[in-house]
Write a protein that binds this ligand. Structure first.
Ligand code: DC
Length: 230
């Protein structure tokens, strides 16, 4: 019998992978780990400390020195799904600013930064019972995960979702700019030299365009039952 301990979910920005991952984690009683928050935390630290984002060596040294952690939410009531800590400070919302968005692809393209974050992510994975969401979880971080999903949606639908998120968070948002950014980031993330974003050979590809998350989650839970019964 195979017991599901890690579910690996990859896919582009705003594909619905985090929503689906969170719902799965809740249904299964697993930890939800959104690995993108780690690359965002390194980016935020570089911006805050005035480290040149284009200086790979300096950003990598910085990444190794940071204390990055995640905590389950405890009654904040502000719509967060977890609390992100950078050197002990709550930076959950600072990780979502347009400034971090604009610089995080550059930072997550650095090999040394990736190696450090992957090492930390595997430590989470070893604890088991985790739904891990990112771009390279099935291909690099947790290659032996018994279930790998690659979640995607059309760029237009993903831009719509980002636009709505921005409005809710009270940021100025222009749909066309967001769409251009979604397309730019997809290209950057999937064509970068180190761990480019792509489905693992054994991943199940799920297109969420126009489909309610609950329907998709129910389908995945059915697959989890089949795998667990093997
Ligand atoms: O999922 P997100 O938008 O928070 O991700 C932020 C950035 O980090 C994005 O440019 C992709 C990158 N990322 C990555 O390279 N590998 C991961 N496992 C997760 C995110």
């Amino acid at each position: 019998m195979i017991t599901m301990t890690v579910i690996a979910i990859d896919g582009p920005a705003a594909s619905g992978k985090s929503t689906i991952g969170r719902m799965l984690a809740e249904a299964l009683g697993y930890l939800f780990l959104d690995t993108g928050f780690m690359y965002r935390a390194v980016t935020l630290a570089a911006l805050q400390q005035g480290v040149d984002i284009l200086d790979e060596t300096a950003v990598t040294t910085l990444a190794r020195s940071l204390d990055i952690d995640v905590q389950a939410i405890t009654g904040h009531g502000d719509g967060r799904h977890y609390t992100a800590l950078l050197n002990g400070k709550d930076v959950t919302w600072e990780l979502r600013t347009p400034q971090v968005d604009a610089n995080v692809s550059q930072v997550s393209g650095y090999l040394g930064v990736r190696q450090e974050m992957v090492r930390r992510q595997r430590a989470f994975g070893r604890r088991g019972h985790v739904v891990m969401v990112g771009r390279d979880i099935g291909t690099v971080v947790m290659t032996d995960a018994p279930l790998k999903l690659y979640v995607t949606a059309s760029p237009e639908e993903r831009a719509q979702r980002r636009w709505r998120d921005r409005q809710t968070q009270g940021h100025q948002a222009d749909y066309e700019t967001i769409l251009a950014d979604v397309i730019r980031r997809d290209k950057f993330d999937s064509s970068r030299e180190h761990s480019p974003m792509r489905p693992a050979a054994d991943a199940v590809v799920i297109d969420t365009t126009g489909r309610p998350p609950q329907v998709i989650v129910d389908e995945i839970l059915a697959q989890v039952s089949v795998i667990n019964a093997r």
